[in-house]
Design a protein around this ligand. Structure first.
Ligand code: GAL
Length: 418
C-alpha cells in the first residue's frame, strides 16, 4: 500500500517536471521570444518597443528577450547574427533588409520559408508588388517587411536656413553656394558622422543617384552602367568637395551623434535615411526641414526592414506569431510613426503619421524607386560591404582614381562587371 503511494508520488512528480519542461499535453509551448535587431538609437528603440507592445497585447504571457547589437545599419549585428546561425544558436526572429542581403544568411540552410504565412495572412494583397518581388529569394519568402525607409533625405535646420535667408539646395551647384555662405558664418554646412564607415557609403550612394539619375544608378548594380564611367568620376569628385564642408569631428560621430549639430543650430544640413525623423522625434526636436538631396527630386532611394524565421528557432510558435504581428496593420501602425518610416502595407492610417512621413508616403507612390545599396536592397552583402569599405577609405584618402578602380574591381568580384 505505502509502496504504491510512494510510486504514485514519484510518478506524479516526474509528470509535473515533464509538464514544466515541455508544456501541457506535450506541446513544446514556451513563454519566451528572442528578437534580434540593431535598433538601439533614439526612434529605433521606440519603434521596436511599439512593436513589442503590439505583440504583448495579444500574447501577454510571452516574455520578449530584446537581443540588440548596437551599431547603425547593422554594422556589428550582421556578423554576430551570422555566427549564431552557423553555430546553431539562432534567435527566434531577426531583422534583415528586404532584398539580396538575405543571401548572406544562406536561406536554403539556415532559414525557414514563410510562404504559408504569406498565404494565411493575405500579405500578397496587402503589400506592393515591387516590395514582394524584392522579398523573394529563389522564389520563396523568408521574411516579412515592417516598413519602407527612404535613404535620400536632406535634413536641415530650419532656423539656420531662415537666419541666413537660404533655401534647401536642389542642385549640387546650389549646395556648394549654400555651403560657402554657411562656412563663412562659422556653421558646419554639411554634417556627417561616419564613425562606423557605412554612413559615408550612404551619403555617396545618394550622390551617385544625384549625378547619375535613377536609371544610371540602378545600372551600377546590374552591369548596365559602367563603374569606369566619367559620371562615376564626377560623383566621386562631387562627394570629395562636399567633404570639405563637414564638421571636423565627423570621424568620431555616429549618424545620430551628428544629428545633434542640427538640434544645436551648429550645423545646417545632413544626408541620412528617415530614421533621422524618428531620432528627432525621440529628442523632441521639431525645427527640422527635409528635402530631396541635390539631383534626386522625384527619386526615392528605398529600403525595407523585415523579420525572418531561422530554422530550429527555440520558440518557433511564438516567432510565427511575432511575424504575424510584424506584418499586420496594427503592428505596423504601432512601429512606423515612432521609427520614422512608412508602412510596408498599403492600408495604414495616415493620420497617425507626422508631416514628414505623410509626405514620404506620397513620394513613395509617385517617385521613381531605386534600391539602396548600403541597406541591403541593391545587391548581395559581400559586394555592399566592399563598396562600404572602399568609400570609407575614400573619405580619408580622397584618391578618386584609385577609388574608382576599386569600385570597378568590386563589381567584377560580384561577377556583374566584365
Ligand atoms: C538601416 C535600417 C534602419 C535604421 C538604420 C540606422 O540599415 O534599415 O532601420 O535603423 O539602419 O541604424
Amino acid at each position: 500500500m505505502f509502496r504504491r503511494i510512494r510510486v504514485l508520488t514519484v510518478l506524479s512528480l516526474l509528470l509535473i517536471g515533464a509538464i514544466m519542461q515541455v508544456g501541457w499535453a506535450g506541446v513544446a509551448r514556451t513563454n519566451k521570444l528572442e528578437i534580434f535587431s540593431w535598433w538601439t538609437a533614439g526612434g529605433e528603440a521606440e519603434g521596436l518597443s511599439g512593436l513589442f507592445s503590439a505583440y504583448k497585447r495579444q500574447y501577454p504571457n510571452v516574455e520578449i528577450v530584446n537581443a540588440t547589437v548596437a551599431g547603425g545599419a547593422g554594422t556589428n549585428a550582421k556578423a554576430v547574427l551570422a555566427t549564431r546561425l552557423t553555430g546553431g544558436d539562432p534567435p527566434d526572429s531577426f531583422q534583415v533588409h528586404a532584398g539580396l542581403e538575405i543571401e548572406k544568411y544562406a536561406p536554403d540552410r539556415f532559414l525557414e520559408s514563410i510562404d504559408s504565412l504569406y498565404r494565411s495572412e493575405g500579405w500578397e494583397r496587402a503589400l506592393p508588388r515591387g516590395v514582394l518581388t524584392l522579398l523573394q529569394f529563389k522564389g520563396h519568402y523568408y521574411s516579412v517587411p515592417v516598413n519602407i525607409h527612404r535613404a535620400n533625405v536632406l535634413w536641415y535646420s530650419k532656423k539656420v536656413f531662415a537666419d541666413n535667408n537660404l533655401q534647401p539646395p536642389k542642385t549640387f551647384a546650389e549646395f556648394f553656394q549654400v555651403a560657402e555662405t554657411l562656412k563663412a558664418k562659422g556653421i558646419a554646412p554639411f554634417v556627417m558622422g561616419d564613425k562606423e564607415g557605412w554612413e559615408a557609403g550612404h551619403v555617396f550612394e545618394v550622390v551617385l543617384i544625384g549625378v547619375l539619375g535613377a536609371d544610371g544608378y540602378r545600372g551600377l548594380w546590374t552591369g548596365k552602367t559602367a563603374w569606369t564611367s566619367p559620371r562615376v568620376t564626377e560623383a566621386l569628385n562631387t562627394f570629395k568637395r562636399m567633404l570639405t564642408y563637414t564638421n571636423t569631428d565627423h570621424a568620431a560621430l555616429t549618424w545620430d551623434g551628428a544629428g545633434q549639430y542640427l538640434i544645436d543650430g551648429k550645423g545646417a544640413m545632413q544626408i541620412m535615411g528617415d530614421w533621422q525623423d524618428g531620432w528627432f522625434q525621440s529628442k523632441k526636436f521639431a525645427d527640422y526641414g527635409w528635402a530631396p538631396p541635390p539631383g534626386t527630386t522625384g527619386i526615392f532611394d528605398a529600403l525595407s526592414d523585415s523579420f525572418a524565421l531561422p530554422r530550429r528557432a527555440k520558440n518557433r510558435e511564438n516567432a510565427l506569431n511575432w511575424l504575424k504581428i510584424a506584418g499586420s496593420k496594427a503592428g505596423q501602425e504601432a512601429f512606423n510613426p515612432k521609427k520614422g518610416s512608412i508602412c510596408a502595407r498599403t492600408d495604414c492610417n495616415q493620420s497617425l503619421f507626422n508631416a514628414y512621413l505623410q509626405s514620404a508616403a506620397k513620394d513613395w507612390q509617385k517617385d521613381a524607386l531605386v534600391p539602396s545599396v548600403m541597406h541591403g536592397a541593391a545587391t548581395i552583402e559581400s559586394w555592399a560591404t566592399k563598396y562600404k569599405d572602399i568609400i570609407a577609405l575614400f573619405v580619408t584618402s580622397g584618391d578618386v582614381a584609385r577609388t574608382q578602380t576599386a569600385l570597378q574591381a568590386a563589381c567584377k568580384d560580384a561577377k556583374v562587371c566584365m
